[in-house]
Write a protein that binds this ligand. Structure first.
Ligand SMILES: Cc1ncc(C[n+]2csc(CCOP(=O)(O)OP(=O)(O)O)c2C)c(N)n1
Ligand code: SF4
Ligand SMILES: [Mg+2]
Length: 252
């Protein structure tokens, strides 16, 4: 019988604990597909963050390390440098983890051109802890800690991670994607695979920002949350390649 659908080998049989409609699950699948297709399951080591994906180690059938909140790029640095020829190391981090408490680790890992792959899930909120304002929360967005909407006069503006890191010379590949519709899921898969391929080729720091949803803490149905991404997140966080130094060099 022809196989028409198969679960990636790099995912375990564990049932995901994510809320219905949460896009963490789609992103897990894309990462696992990339690992399968590149034939690197046996040498891949993930670094789990603190946030809703804290239990990523249960879902990926690869070795895993758990990092303290925000410190995944620092932990990944150590794991990669321990055996740079063999270890393929990725971090999987939320926006609170990567762009708040872990800002320094992120910027400096990029500056050092660490040969790691960073999967950055931007859902504009602290999901796990109940929906507090994150560094990426949109101006005017209502959260548990910005009940009248994010007021940039008092709490400042959102951090745009791809734009910020594009100014860091060490960063090699930065792309922002989304998983809000099938066409964007396809592009997200391509970007994630490229970020791993870069590491295999020894190219250096690659980060894929995935504009994601948190229907639970946004207080929306899953479908409405996908529409909210299209209407509100993507105008503020435009999709596209922010840096690809090898492609730029080839074009010269
Ligand atoms: C040092 C430290 N500070 C704060 C926390 C509490 N904490 C746990 S998860 C989290 C936010 C996670 O949000 P994000 O990284 O955006 O991930 P999401 O749940 O949205 O996927 C915070 C603040 C913690 N566990 N450790
Ligand atoms: S709280 Fe939000 S980010 Fe966390 S699993 Fe639920 S929908 Fe996903
Ligand atoms: Mg978040």
């Amino acid at each position: 019988m022809a196989v028409v659908f198969e679960k990636p080998k790099s995912l375990t049989d564990a049932t995901l604990h994510y809320c219905p409609g949460c896009t963490h699950g789609i992103i897990h699948r894309l990462v696992a597909e990339a690992i399968d297709e590149l034939g690197i399951q046996g040498r891949t080591i993930g670094v789990a963050p603190v946030g809703c994906s804290v239990m990523a180690y249960d879902y990926f059938d690869v070795d895993f390390v758990q990092a303290p909140h925000g410190r995944a790029p620092a932990v990944a640095t150590g794991v990669k440098r321990a055996d740079p020829e063999n270890n393929i190391v990725f971090t999987y981090q939320g926006d609170g983890d990567l762009a708040a408490i872990g800002t320094a680790e992120t910027v400096h890992a990029a500056a050092r051109r660490e040969n790691i792959t960073v999967i950055f899930v931007n859902n504009a909120i602290y999901g796990m802890t109940g929906g507090q304002m994150a560094p990426t929360t949109l101006p005017g967005q209502v959260t548990q800690t910005s009940p009248y909407g994010r007021d940039v006069e008092t709490v400042g503006y959102p951090i745009k991670v791809c734009e910020l890191l594009s100014q860091v010379d060490g960063a090699v590949y930065l792309e922002r994607v989304s998983v809000n519709n099938p066409a964007n899921i396809k592009k997200a898969k391509k970007a994630i695979k490229k970020a791993f391929q870069n590491q295999i080729e020894g190219k250096g720091f690659s980060l894929v920002e995935v504009v994601s949803t948190c229907p639970t803490n946004w207080g929306m149905t899953p479908v409405k949350a996908l529409e909210w991404v299209e209407e509100n997140m993507l105008p503020y966080y435009p999709l596209g390649v922010y840096k690809d130094i090898y492609a730029e060099e080839e074009a010269k």
